[in-house]
Ligand binder design. Sequence first.
Ligand SMILES: [Zn+2]
Ligand SMILES: [Zn+2]
Length: 251
Amino acid sequence: MLLQPIWDLMLSQSSVMHSPFFPLIFSLLVYLTFCLPFLLLDLLASRCALVRSFKLQPQSSVSWTAVRSCLALTLYNHLVFIFPLTVLHWYLRPEHLPEEAPPLPRLLAQVLVCLLLFDFQSFVWHLLHHKVPWLYRNFHKVHHTYTSTSALTAEYSSAWETLSLGLFAAVSPELLGCHPLTKLTFFTLNIWLSVEDHCGYDLPWSTHRLVPFGLYGGAPHHDLHHLKSKFNFAPYFTHWDRLAGTLYLQD
Ligand SMILES: [Zn+2]
Ligand SMILES: [Zn+2]
């Protein structure tokens, strides 16, 4: 059992994981930690040509006003909408923490399935909220405030969009009966990928460069969505946009 030592360590902090504040603090802390290195790159980009050369839209820059308003909306959505729902879930369905860790191959397979399901659910939601003008105006337009992406724009969304995507992320591991460690691994990876999607940089180690055959769109794919709006509706992989004829790749 490769994961048992990690899981034992986490079980020793089970009071933290059983706290009603855990989901809120976990998602905010992980999100802001992942945004931080990209914020530092944004600071460097105005002074360093090498950093700027990795930017997807080199002429764009991130203002402090944008940083402040992104942080304010993220905190507002988390405190006003996500927190009460996670407390309700904590009260109605307390998380059972088993003694045994999951086998590593099962954890990896379930995380991949969760990711593919999240990608599909988000693709359908996203396409629908672009094709129906009323849905776009009322629920998705907020996320398109910025035509160039930067890490903190990942969660610059309406409450409905934040809750929908949060629900998609939460439902799949429940349906698959995932171990709590598998769920946390998927949530962490999902937050990382959504931040990377919006980071505004095409770095040599970016996920789309690590996944072969152009199966993964990543940051360039999603940055083009913010720029052009009519293409690239899936958040991560390219197969749904390829099938729907909505895939747009950089010229
Ligand atoms: Zn976006
Ligand atoms: Zn969109």
